[in-house]
Design a protein around this ligand. Structure first.
Ligand code: FES
Length: 95
């Protein structure tokens, strides 16, 4: 069971987080819940998306990229490396 938290607080909302949440909500994935969350503490890098319990952070997520997270990460169990949040996933720099 995974949970996708899509920050809906002020800064992420300004960056388009409501559309990102909506994009997740139109596609239902078995054993995955989607929630709009409060501030994830990473304002300015949004829209922020956190996958738990994996603790994988995606930053600057565009609504058009949601299907990639769903197909590759949620269904395929492979992290979308190019979308990782650099602060918590420094390995992105090496890609
Ligand atoms: S408003 Fe989204 S991380 Fe703070």
């Amino acid at each position: 069971m995974k949970c996708i938290r899509v920050c809906q607080n002020r800064t992420c909302r300004k960056q388009g987080a409501a559309k990102v949440l909506a994009a997740f909500e139109v596609i239902s994935v078995p054993d995955v819940t989607i929630i709009g969350s409060g501030c994830l503490g990473q304002c300015g890098n949004g829209p922020m998306v956190l996958v738990v319990p994996d603790m994988v952070w995606y930053s600057g997520v565009h609504p058009s990229e949601v299907s990639l997270i769903i197909e590759q990460h949620l269904l395929g169990n492979q992290i979308v490396t190019k979308m990782l949040y650099h602060r918590f996933h420094p390995q992105r720099q090496k890609q």
